[in-house]
Write a protein that binds this ligand. Structure first.
Ligand SMILES: Cc1cc2nc3c(=O)[nH]c(=O)nc-3n(C[C@H](O)[C@H](O)[C@H](O)COP(=O)(O)OP(=O)(O)OC[C@H]3O[C@@H](n4cnc5c(N)ncnc54)[C@H](O)[C@@H]3O)c2cc1C
Ligand code: FES
Ligand code: FES
Length: 480
């Protein structure tokens, strides 16, 4: 264990003796004077501060992800390759000094004041380095966390499409070599895996800023650095994101087990989860944006205890169970029992979520997730909901309905869930479930909508679950 934060910043090895809670944004701009990375909202919303973070993957290669540096604690850079826009400049390979991503942005007229441009360039470079599928649609999806206030998005989308069209469809494993030899990224990227290995990247950083006081759990930081940025800079932190004991997605004894530090993006890419939940990519696309999904962990979502946490609602419907540990003892707790009241948890101060598990869905399992927010992407829900049903011969054997934004806690609706058993998978059950759900909830009026509007939303989401899950027996018209 060491208390220095060691990583590679662009092409330089860095040994930072700074608080682990200082943001990467402040470190690169203020301490290293790399001012290409811009400061916009400091809340993960605008993407002006986007950097790439490369970590050694199992196969020995480095996997790059875009992240918002304003919410990333410096301690989470330990052992990684952090790339700012300056680190993407390729000297001497083109007459105009631009790499193909920068040139696409310039020639498509995709930049005016330029404040957002670096963020777009970095996100598109992340697409080039990491995309499994090279399509214009995926290139545009990669910039879903970047906001531009003055250029029309069409020109930016054209630049993204142009980048995708020019990229060789090389296997992602060979992508770094191809990009480096064709002048898209500096040649120094090729030696990064070896350099990270030498850096002793596998040695975890001790993770305490001051060495005093109780250390608080930190996953990706996307809640903590929005809610308490000043306090977090100097806070003693227990960095959990890279802890191998808290990572991985596996099947064990008929249960699916997810390490608490699994990120939303890792869930979205998991072959196991995609096989079990065919709509997962679409469902998780509704959670924040690419850079936030690359940082946000499952443990953070559950413990943040937001009544509208998307993963929380998803997992409540799966009757998930937590494994909690405080270093000495371990205990299991149904996820639904974690929430005692608004932001009140059955979790001791020194307890950590180690993993989350749920019964592997079988052939009769039907699952759906729905979310309504003011914007389709990069927005938290007004109301969200998940429904799991076990169906045999057209009859529901048992099921669970969960909903967010309708109670002080992420809510598993006990009466409606219990009453689903024995009912047909038909429109009459959708109507009954919606009416029963409205009896159980107590939404409040707030900026995300009036209580009455939220009740209407939940009714519509329950209908949407049935229409989505049983298109043959529950057509939309049956619920009009
Ligand atoms: C721009 C933006 C958009 C967002 N959009 C969405 C959205 O669409 N849907 C949504 O659900 N959320 C959204 N969020 C909220 C946030 O990204 C998620 O809640 C995320 O999952 C939090 O995870 P984290 O690892 O970043 O949490 P952190 O900030 O690291 O931690 C959050 C809390 O969890 C605790 N914690 C973390 N890991 C553990 C552990 N293993 N054991 C015990 N305690 C732990 C921390 O101490 C802290 O109290 C958004 C956030 C931002 C900034
Ligand atoms: S400054 Fe806006 S996302 Fe970081
Ligand atoms: S070019 Fe001005 S904000 Fe995008």
């Amino acid at each position: 264990m060491g208390s220095e934060i060691r990583f590679i910043l662009n092409d330089d090895e860095v040994v930072a003796r700074k608080p682990a809670g200082r943001t990467v944004l402040d470190f690169v701009r203020r301490d290293r004077r790399l001012v290409g990375t811009k400061v916009g909202c400091r809340e993960g919303d605008c993407g002006a501060c986007t950097v790439l973070v490369g970590r050694r993957a199992e196969e020995g290669r480095v996997r790059y992800r875009s992240m918002t540096s304003c919410l990333m604690p410096l301690g989470n850079a330990h052992g990684a390759h952090v790339v700012t826009v300056e680190g993407l400049n390729v000297d001497g390979l083109s007459p105009d000094g631009l790499n193909p991503v920068q040139r696409a942005m310039a020639e498509e007229g995709a930049t005016q004041c330029g404040f957002c441009t670096v963020g777009f360039v970095v996100s598109l470079a992340g697409f080039c380095l990491a995309a499994e599928e090279i399509t214009a649609e995926e290139a545009v999806a990669a910039i879903d966390g970047n906001i531009c206030r003055c250029t029309g998005y069409k020109s930016i989308e054209r630049a993204a499409a142009r980048v995708s069209a020019a990229l060789a469809p090389a296997d992602v494993e060979e992508r770094v070599g191809w990009l480096a030899s064709n002048g898209w990224i500096p040649a120094s990227f090729v030696s990064i895996p070896g350099r990270l290995a030498e850096l002793g990247a596998s040695v975890p950083y001790e993770g305490t800023a001051s060495g005093t006081g109780r250390r608080g759990s930190v996953g990706g930081g996307t809640d903590l650095w929005v809610q308490r940025p000043e306090e977090m800079e100097g806070a003693p932190v227990d960095l959990l994101l890279d802890d191998p004991r808290l990572r991985g997605i596996r099947e064990e004894g008929g249960r699916i087990v997810l390490g608490a530090s699994t990120t939303v993006q890792e869930m979205r890419e998991s072959p196991l989860l995609l096989r079990l939940f065919p709509r997962l990519k679409r469902h998780l696309k509704l959670v924040s944006s690419t850079p936030i999904r690359n940082m946000a962990t499952l443990g953070g979502n559950l413990v943040n205890a937001s009544p509208i946490g998307d993963l929380t609602i998803f997992l409540l419907a799966l009757e998930a169970e937590l494994l909690l540990a405080d270093g000495e003892t371990r205990r299991r707790l149904p996820l639904a029992d974690l929430y005692r009241g608004y932001k009140e948890l059955d979790l001791a101060t020194d307890e950590r979520v180690v993993s989350i598990s749920f019964a592997a869905p079988g052939g009769g399992t039907r699952f759906n997730f729905e979310k309504v927010s003011k914007r389709t992407h990069l927005d938290i829900a007004s109301v969200n909901s998940a429904l799991r049903l076990e169906v045999e011969d057209g009859v529901i054997r048992e099921g669970t309905l969960a909903a967010g934004g309708v109670a002080p806690v992420p809510f598993r609706l006990p009466a409606t869930s219990a009453g689903l058993a024995g009912r047909p998978a038909a429109a009459e059950t959708a109507r009954w479930a919606a009416a029963s759900a409205l009896e159980e909830i107590a939404p409040i009026s707030d900026v995300r909508g009036s209580a009455e509007y939220k009740r209407l939303l939940l009714r519509q989401l329950v209908y949407a679950h049935f229409v989505e899950l049983f298109p043959e027996t529950v057509p939309v018209e049956a619920l009009l």
